[in-house]
Design a protein around this ligand. Sequence first.
Ligand SMILES: C[S@@+](CC[C@H](N)C(=O)[O-])C[C@H]1O[C@@H](n2cnc3c(N)ncnc32)[C@H](O)[C@@H]1O
Length: 303
Amino acid sequence: MKTINPSTHISNTLFDTDEVIHRTFKPGHRCTLFYGDCIKLLKTLPAGSVDLIVTSPPYNMSKEYEKTLDRNDYYLTQKKIITECTRVLKHTGSICWQVGNYVKKGEIIPIDIMLYPIFNALKLQMRNRIVWHFGHGLHASKRFSGRYETIMWFTKSNDYYFNLDPVRIPQKYPHKKHFKGTKKGQFSCNPKGKNPSDVWDIPNVKSNHVEKTDHPCQFPVALVERLVLAMTQDNDLVLDPFMGTGSTAIASLKNNRRSVGAEINKNYCAIAKKRIHMTFNKSIRIRKLEQPIYQPTFLSVTP
Ligand SMILES: C[S@@+](CC[C@H](N)C(=O)[O-])C[C@H]1O[C@@H](n2cnc3c(N)ncnc32)[C@H](O)[C@@H]1O
């Protein structure tokens, strides 16, 4: 199959509405990509209209797409956006806020700890603090190298939608059976697979990852896909206020959910649009969750 690098195919018409990607939201649209500030998009969404919000906000780390804010200003900006997200979320819906650390002069400030009080004050209920572990990143010399980030999963009520079955992983001993008692002879574990737990080992999108574009901080589509499959149903609406290269839209559309999101940077918006088109025409390359993770051994090192 011919593959296209989404970073290098940006046409002039990318910011026009086309037959599949709309610029403004309507509930009947399958996909909306708003080019601009997410607050403007959020104001156009009706209260209680979104089933799932998955996002990775800016970390306030002077990346090329962000202006570093004073810590309090960063907090207040996030508060405003999280408050709007809560307004648009359905009673049965979930919010997944994926964050790492804010690092200043070698001191780390975990963004989940910083932002938790905002969610708590909005009466959202935390269901998991998922640890996303990955193998690549900066090599620290005066502390241990950071190799995980977190996903804070909150629901709006106790009546939230969650289905483990589409995201179960293989059991370690799938054929093991009870050897005594009333269940003798029956499988002792769920033959459909086990709960993937709250620690996820998924490679991050670095230079040789098949999903890599020119964006410095994409999250892998497989990470979002697990959330989409467990927390939504067919045709549900998934929102990403910080769309970047469209990873949330890809995971949603690929699984027959509706997608809406905003991206303020023109180049990333163009990359997202290209990748969404590639999702619709099935030419996008995604790293599958079940693909084994490369394990180096000492024996492979030549002195
Ligand atoms: C951490 S990145 C998200 C990357 C995304 N998860 C992906 O996989 O490509 C955050 C993104 O938010 C965008 N952004 C920052 N402030 C924004 C705002 N107020 N409204 C919309 N997008 C914004 C940045 O340009 C950046 O692309």
